[in-house]
Design a protein around this ligand. Sequence first.
Ligand SMILES: [Zn+2]
Length: 340
Amino acid sequence: MTDAGAGGKDRRRRKDKDAAVAVWREKENIDGKQVDAGVIILRTSGCSHFHKGGCSMCGYNIESDRSISADDIVKQFDVALSGLGGVAMLKVYTSGSFLDGREVPAGVAERVLGECADKGMRLLVESRPEYITADGLDALLAAHEDIELAIGLESANDKVLRHSINKGFTVGDYDRAATLMKERGMDLRTYVLLKPPFLTEREAVEDAVATAEHAAPFSHAISVNAVNIQKGTLVERLWKDWSYRPPWLWSALEVARRCAGLGPKLLCDPVGGGTVRGAHNCGGCDQVILDGLKAFTASQDLSRLARPECECEGMYRAVLGLEGAVVGGTPDLQRFFRRA
Ligand SMILES: [Zn+2]
């Protein structure tokens, strides 16, 4: 690389420190009403757990930078917020935990909470359970009452958390944090992962359903997140090796159908759906299923789920039967069949 190139990169990186990773507007359903929401992804020093190995499917820390200061993050937030226009809800994501004081310094949290309180915006933030304490929640609620706090439980099976995801916490840790929130009447959004690595397609469906069932008594909303292949992750290495396939959309559909009646609002709108790196089917029936999932997520009306007739469902059923029983692993059988 030339000196000019490296210098250019340095300049860009310095500038990036006070620019949010991404900002956009989207629709959100609050108490049955469609409202405008703003999404701000802040660049931070990174998830504490990433520095200890990180989760097998998470590549978000590609955007983080250990030298970012509190002032940088406040500036990111201010610029992003002023560009968003009026919204009823603000979702502020970092690559890790909003309640981790090392990642999101107190001054940043104060600024975000203060703006939301002033403007009457509902706030959604995320945290790992280890940063959720009674005192921390009380301080949060004192600053702003209308908060939804999300936890990425991913799986309610400790073996899956430990060996497939490398999550770095247990189901018990989630239960403790979720109980503290419930005691305070706080809205919890639980993320459920559809298809951690090393699970067969059928195991993945059953694990997602069992996880949603576990989370339901604690949760205001459950978001079923289909794995998408992110750069630099273990899941990407397995995928390149034909040892992993993102979930079928048939699986997402089944999980949505089985979890819709659990009580909490159910969200299932796969990121990167219909692409090779996201949840996908044969390519022919993907869009109609994705449109159905999106319409269901927005309306909570099960009749909006689409169930197209497509011959790839036969291959899907065959994969469900073959994985585990014959192959004893989780290879990407669809890619194999296509080549054969
Ligand atoms: Zn199809």
